[in-house]
Design a protein around this ligand. Structure first.
Ligand SMILES: NC(=O)c1ccc[n+]([C@@H]2O[C@H](COP(=O)([O-])OP(=O)(O)OC[C@H]3O[C@@H](n4cnc5c(N)ncnc54)[C@H](OP(=O)(O)O)[C@@H]3O)[C@@H](O)[C@H]2O)c1
Length: 327
């Protein structure tokens, strides 16, 4: 399975609605709302600002009206007890969004960690958002079965967001099964990952239920400006995977990010995440270290100025740090 997924992953390396943005805070007020039901125009999507934020975890409003936290915890490579502990720690320090996948082979541990955390920390299920992904190319019947396995593995009554992990030969048939699970209430939102711009535009034409987001490699070295514009025009949120480019290109010691961070007493990790958040990009940084979890979520109490933004924009190489997505 692992090997098959590695091959699949290599494969997507090769190939590879409407939405609104809300700055709503847990238990706090709403700043800007750009939603399907909002009267604001499309052009305003790009003008949304996440400014003057208190130290909370704000939300994006998806094209189906559901609110999703801006920041979540990535779980790739988290395994066993340390995965369970990471989920509980993350809940403790304020994370409410968790990103896993069939391929990560940790859904059970993610589920145990979340369910235990909810009980012991007295958090309501409705206040958390769990994403998983279908990682194998499957026919309609197998997809239906695999959706139920995801629910069983996670030990949840519903999944907040189910993604197609990449473009598959059977993407349309898989989406059909996903739409049915959505209508049955097993899944609250449907989305994509690693779809090229071309495939994204053709695929959404075939969807009865539109994807709410596309999860793509996105970070300061690969900023996705053009693709984000296309997603915005279709009301689909961009969510960044590997928002630190997994430390590649010396992300954590990058001089530009370090220098900007000094002005705000923030680390390169915080500056890099804040940059994406200011562009209304959701982020799922991964760490199993509670101090880093705290650091990575402490990005809502400062705002980059226009000079910072343009300097960081210049870091864009317009290329994948992993060499596996054609965009
Ligand atoms: N859809 C897809 O195809 C796809 C592909 C890749 C990833 N993803 C998702 O995106 C998530 C994030 O991507 P990723 O895990 O590849 O990489 P990432 O989040 O860009 O980087 C994770 C790395 O950064 C380190 N790190 C985290 N916070 C740090 C900090 N504040 N200072 C210094 N180092 C820090 C982590 O180390 P420690 O853990 O030791 O702290 C880990 O080595 C994944 O976990 C997964 O959920 C999706």
């Amino acid at each position: 399975m692992e090997n098959q997924m590695k091959n699949d992953r290599r494969e997507f390396l090769k190939t590879s609605g409407r939405f609104g943005v809300v700055s709503t805070f847990f238990g706090l007020n709403s700043l800007h709302v750009f939603g399907a039901d909002s009267k604001q125009s499309k052009s305003e999507y790009s003008n949304n600002e996440v400014n003057s934020m208190p130290s909370q975890n704000p939300f994006l409003k998806l094209n189906n009206g559901i609110q999703m936290p801006f920041i979540g915890l990535g779980t790739y490579e988290l395994r066993g007890k340390s995965c369970i502990k990471a989920m509980q720690d993350a809940l403790k320090v304020g994370y409410r969004l968790f990103d896993t996948a069939q391929m990560y082979e940790n859904e059970k541990e993610v589920g145990i960690g979340i369910n235990t955390g909810l009980k012991t920390q007295n958090i309501s299920r409705k206040d958390i958002f769990v994403t998983t992904k279908l990682s194998n190319d499957m026919d309609y019947k197998e997809t239906k079965k695999q959706i139920d396995i995801r629910l069983k593995n996670l030990n949840l009554e519903y999944i907040d967001l189910l993604l197609l992990h990449r473009e598959f030969d059977n993407s349309e048939a898989m989406w059909k099964a996903m739409q049915e699970a959505y209508k049955m209430g097993k899944i609250k939102s449907l989305g994509l990952s690693n779809f090229s711009q071309e495939k994204f535009l053709s695929f959404i034409k075939s969807c009865e239920i539109q994807p709410v987001l596309n999860q793509l490699e996105t970070h300061v070295f690969f900023q996705r400006n053009k693709y984000q514009k296309i997603l915005n025009e279709n009301h689909v949120v961009l969510q960044a995977w590997s928002p630190f480019s997994k430390g590649k290109n010396d992300f954590f010691s990058n001089k530009t990010l370090l220098d900007i961070g000094k002005k705000y007493n923030k680390t390169p990790a915080q500056v890099g995440l804040r940059y994406l958040i200011e562009r209304n990009i959701s982020v799922v940084p991964k760490t199993s270290n509670i101090d880093r979890m705290k650091e990575n979520i402490a990005i809502f109490d400062f705002k980059l100025d226009s000079k910072d933004l343009s300097v960081i924009t210049n870091l864009d190489t317009q290329k994948s740090s992993f060499g596996w997505f054609k965009g």
